[in-house]
Design a protein around this ligand. Structure first.
Ligand SMILES: [Zn+2]
Length: 272
């Protein structure tokens, strides 16, 4: 079970990086949403669910958990809560004894469930991706075990998750607002492109016509040449036939002459 890997969507990951690096004075956390597929935990979404927190403690708002489950059922997707995330501001990435107890509860509900621990304090100063500390854990026995993870990069998977994400109404409104300007720009480009297309179409048509004419001429020349060659061949054939006949006649004449001579010889022999 410990070899099970974790794959997290860039969307969920960037949300957590944002929440972790903008809360450097207190712990924050929430739920990880996704699915378990072929023993792999696929995290598609991250939710912020802080009820109470201080620099070394965070308590989740359980009502949010119920709302998530309700929302997922309404959407009719297979997704579920596959783990939880929280931060250790400036403390590094590990599971505390409290974290181990919490993680045991998650694993009792879903054996593949993971705990994601993050420390975004260095990152908040440097803004260098490598300075963001993160780790995924499971508990085996009473010990925390690190779990390998990767960030989802398959464009098809990303697109399908993004489509799911877009189905949420609030996000659609945001995206429409932000994309209106870019759509307007694209339209401007499109009009310019259209003119360009019309222009090139005319040029293309002309080129095609010229090419067609050239090809037609070439074909006719070829046809004429072929006819000439054919005529020459036919003339040659006739010549050969004529010569063949001539040969036949001359051979027949020669044969006839020999026979006549033979007959003449026989007559001479009989007379003597
Ligand atoms: Zn902790």
């Amino acid at each position: 079970m410990l070899s099970t890997e974790v794959e997290i969507s860039p969307l969920a990951f960037s949300k957590i990086i944002d929440w972790a690096s903008s809360n450097t004075e207190r712990e924050v956390g929430g739920y990880l949403i996704g699915e378990v597929k072929d023993k792999r935990v696929i995290i598609k979404e991250a939710v912020f669910a802080v009820a109470e927190s201080n620099p070394t403690f965070v308590a989740f708002d359980n009502m949010i958990q119920f709302r998530i489950i309700e929302e997922l059922e309404k959407k009719g997707v297979k997704d579920a809560i596959v783990g939880w995330w929280h931060t250790h501001p400036g403390m590094g990435v590990f599971l505390s004894s409290t974290d181990i107890t919490t993680q045991k509860i998650y694993q009792a509900l879903l054996p593949e469930a993971v705990a994601m621990v993050n420390d975004g304090n260095n990152y908040s100063r440097t803004q260098k991706q490598n300075d963001f500390k993160t780790g995924f854990f499971r508990v085996q026995g009473a010990k925390a075990q690190k779990v390998n993870y990767s960030v989802m990069t398959d464009p098809n998977k990303l697109l399908s998750h993004l489509t799911e994400y877009l189905q949420q109404e609030e996000n659609i409104t945001n995206i429409i607002q932000s994309s209106t300007a870019s759509v307007a720009n694209s339209l401007k480009d499109f009009v310019a492109t259209k003119e360009l297309i019309e222009e090139s179409t005319a040029v293309l048509k002309q080129v095609l016509t010229e090419t067609y004419t050239t090809l037609k001429n070439l074909h006719q020349t070829e046809k004429k040449q072929q006819e000439e060659v054919q005529q020459k061949i036919q003339a040659l054939e006739r010549k050969v036939q004529k010569q063949g006949k001539l040969l036949f006649y001359s051979m027949s004449a020669a044969l006839l002459l020999i026979i006549l001579e033979l007959v003449f010889l026989i007559i001479l022999l009989i007379r003597s």
